[in-house]
Ligand binder design. Sequence first.
Ligand code: ZN
Length: 279
Amino acid sequence: MPELPEMQALAERLDTALAGAVLTAVEPLGFTALKTVSPTPDELVGTALVGVGRRGKYLVLTFDGGRRILVHLSQAGRLDLEGPAKVTRPRGAVVRFRFADGAGVLVREHGTQRKAAWWVLDAGDEGPLSVLGPEPDDPAFAELLRTGDSTRRVHTVLRDQRTVAGLGRGYTDDVLHRAEISPFAPLRSLTPGQRDALVDAVDQVLDEALSEERGRTGGLSEPKLGLRFAVHNRVGQPCPRCAAPLLRVSYESHEIVYCAPCQTKGKVLADRRLSRLLR
Ligand SMILES: [Zn+2]
């Protein structure tokens, strides 16, 4: 979290609020979060923001002349749209951008992890975008799901940004539940019918989430995002389709949530972490 729908709607709001404004200052508040050395952020000061877009889970700010700033919020990054820009330096602050009309954009970490990051790229430099797979609305995305013969689990494939861009843990759980496919199923094992269901589920889940996100105002400041997930983060709650309690597979940093009757023909997936605790 945040994933494609949150970042897309955020990019649209920032574009509406800021496009055309001249950048007047860049204040790095956490230096390790800047991933590039050249050009320097100050080289962009005095140029106009042409527009704000998104690629994968990256926010893309394009400036006059073609230079770009990328922002990746990772798991707990948040972005405040400040009008007017503040002078405070809140806990977890990463960087603040100031614009000529007085607006400010503050990137910060909500949690204790320091993973939010930003890049300043020369015109034509793709930086970290160069390794991203196709977007869900790209025909290449559907083609990959319809014909891919990867032996990797479908949950892993969907979350791998180099394979397909934009989905994270949250929407991947919801997509697989919608498509009634086991998170552990290898992509190559899926039937043509399951593959069609998967493509449709990606479209539907992301479309629905994006419509909801477009109702949000301001930046992306809320501590809790993704409260609208159907199954993600809802272990133990009744499956919205069959009412069986939702199950999980736990990992060090995250968990996969699924419904056994709907997705695995009732089979409980091996949870090595849980079995280790029980031993
Ligand atoms: Zn179910």
